[in-house]
Design a protein around this ligand. Structure first.
Ligand SMILES: Cc1ncc(COP(=O)(O)O)c(C=O)c1O
Length: 424
C-alpha cells in the first residue's frame, strides 16, 4: 500500500483514492450523458473565446455522426486507406505461456502504425464539413501527429502539430515523418516538455484562431464533445472484435478486454460496445513509470484527485494545492497527468480494473511478445501486455488485448535496453 491507500503494482487491484464529499457514482451508466458527463466526470470547462467553437462542434458532430453520407465516407476511408478491419490474431505461444486463450487486436497494422488514424479520419471529414481550413494537433509519441499530418495531406489542409521538446527528441522518426507529410512541428519548451505542455500550447493556438481552425484532439480528453467523439470514432475497434470473435469463437464477447491508457482512446474504442455488457471484464493498464510511489510515474488513476485539466473534470495528478504534477513514463504516449473522463468513471464505479505497469515490466513484455509471436509492439501497447505478468487468467478464458501500435518509433529505446539486458 502507498501513503494514500492505493495498492502498488505489487498488489495491484485498484483502490480509488477516496475523497470527502464524494457523490455516490451512478453505477448503471457507463455512457456519456447529454451534457457530456460520465458519472461526475467530463463536461466542458473552456475559456469564453472558445465557447462558440465548442458549441458548434457539438452541434455539427451530433448532426453528422449518424448521417449516412458521412458514415459512408468514413467507412470507405477506414477500409481502403487505413486497411480495416484490422486482424484479430490468435497468439498461440503467448497463450501457452500464460495458460489462457489470447487474441491480439492488431491496430499496429493500420496505415501509420497505430489506432490514432481512426479518429483523425473522422475528425478531418468533420472539419471539412464545418468549413475549417487550418488544423492543429498535439502529440506525445508522435503517432497522433503523424496520423493528423497524414489526413491533412490527404485532404490538402494546413497542419500544425505541437509536440513537447522532450518528445521531439525521443520520437524523432515521427517528427521527420510529420515534416515529410507537410506538417509544421512546433516544439514546446514549457513544463517538462511533454504531452501536457503540447496540449496547453495547442489550446492557446485555438484561442487565437477560433474561426478557421479545427483542433484535432488525439485522445478521449478535452472538453465535451471530444471524449465522446473520439471514443465513437475509435469504437470501430470493438465493433470489429465482436464480429471477429463470433467467427472465431462462436460468441461475440470475450471474458476479458485489455488495453493501455494514456488519455484513453484505444481503451475507449476497445471497450465501447461492451461497456454495458458485464459478462466482459475490462482491464486498463496505466504507466507507473519507475513505480507509483517513486515520484516518477504517470499512473493518473492510482495517484490522481478530482480536478480540471484541458477542459474536462477528471482525475488529475496534482499537488495538495492543485498544481499539476509532472508525469513520467518511458512511453511518450502515456505520460499524461490526466485521464479521459470515461475511464475515471469506469475506475470509480469499479467497472474496469486499473493496473499500474512500470517501465521495466513494459520493456520485458515488449521483448516477450517479439520473441514469442514475432510482433514488435509500441511501448504504450507493451504496458497492456505486461498485465499477463501481473494477473492469472483461467485456461478457458478468452482474453482480447489491443496492440495499439507498432514499435518502429521505439526502436532506439528497445535497442538500448536490449543491448543492456544482453550484457548484464
Ligand atoms: C501506440 C499508442 N498507443 C497508445 C497511446 C495512448 O493514447 P490513448 O490512451 O489515447 O490510446 C498512444 C499515444 O500516443 C500511442 O501512440
Amino acid at each position: 500500500m502507498n501513503k494514500k491507500g492505493c495498492r502498488t503494482h505489487d498488489s495491484p487491484s485498484f483502490v480509488y483514492p477516496r475523497q470527502e464529499n464524494m457523490q455516490q457514482p451512478n453505477t448503471m451508466n457507463y455512457n456519456v450523458d447529454k451534457n457530456g458527463y460520465y458519472g461526475r466526470f467530463g463536461g466542458a470547462y473552456i475559456p469564453e473565446i472558445l465557447h462558440a467553437n465548442v458549441e458548434n462542434l457539438k452541434r455539427e458532430y451530433l448532426r453528422i455522426i449518424d448521417d449516412p453520407a458521412f458514415q459512408k465516407e468514413f467507412r470507405d476511408l477506414l477500409a481502403d486507406y487505413v486497411g480495416r478491419p484490422s486482424p484479430l490474431t490468435f497468439a498461440p505461444r503467448m497463450s501457452k505461456r500464460y495458460g489462457t486463450k489470447i487474441y491480439l487486436k492488431r491496430e499496429d497494422l493500420n496505415h501509420t502504425g497505430a489506432h490514432k488514424i481512426n479518429n483523425t479520419i473522422g475528425q478531418i471529414l468533420l472539419a471539412r464539413r464545418m468549413g475549417k481550413t487550418r488544423i492543429i494537433a498535439e502529440t506525445g509519441a508522435g503517432q497522433h501527429g503523424v496520423a493528423t499530418a497524414t489526413v491533412c495531406a490527404l485532404t490538402g489542409m494546413r497542419c500544425i502539430v505541437y509536440m513537447g521538446a522532450t518528445d521531439v527528441e525521443r520520437q524523432h522518426l515521427n517528427v521527420q515523418k510529420m515534416q515529410m507529410l507537410g506538417a509544421e512541428v512546433r516544439p514546446v519548451r514549457s513544463g517538462n516538455m511533454t504531452l501536457k505542455d503540447a496540449t496547453n500550447e495547442a489550446i492557446r493556438d485555438w484561442c487565437c484562431h477560433p474561426a478557421d481552425t479545427h483542433y484535432i484532439i488525439g485522445s478521449t480528453v478535452g472538453p465535451h464533445p471530444y471524449p465522446d467523439m473520439v471514443a465513437r470514432f475509435q469504437s470501430v475497434i470493438s465493433e470489429e472484435i465482436k464480429k471477429q470473435l463470433q467467427a472465431k469463437e462462436g460468441r461475440d464477447w470475450p471474458d476479458y478486454l485489455i488495453a493501455c491508457v494514456g488519455g484513453g482512446s484505444n481503451a475507449a474504442g476497445t471497450f465501447y460496445h461492451y461497456l454495458n455488457d458485464t459478462r466482459v471484464k475490462l482491464i486498463a493498464a496505466e504507466a507507473a513509470g519507475l513505480g507509483i510511489d517513486t515520484g516518477h510515474s504517470a499512473a493518473t488513476i492510482h495517484l490522481g484527485r478530482e480536478g480540471i485539466i484541458h477542459g474536462a473534470r477528471t482525475l488529475v495528478m496534482q499537488t495538495p494545492d492543485g498544481q499539476i504534477t509532472e508525469p513520467y513514463s518511458i512511453s511518450a504516449g502515456l505520460d499524461y497527468p490526466g485521464i479521459g473522463p470515461v475511464h475515471a468513471n469506469l475506475a470509480e464505479t469499479r467497472r474496469a480494473e486499473i493496473r499500474a505497469v512500470t517501465d521495466d515490466e513494459a520493456l520485458k513484455a515488449a521483448f516477450e511478445l517479439t520473441a514469442l509471436e514475432g510482433i514488435i509492439p509500441a511501448l504504450e501497447s507493451a504496458h497492456a501486455l505486461a498485465v499477463f505478468g501481473q494477473k492469472k487468467f483461467k485456461p478457458e478464458d478468452v482474453v482480447v488485448l489491443t496492440v495499439s501500435g507498432r514499435g518502429d518509433k521505439d526502436m532506439e529505446t528497445y535497442v538500448k535496453h536490449f543491448n543492456r539486458a544482453d550484457h548484464e
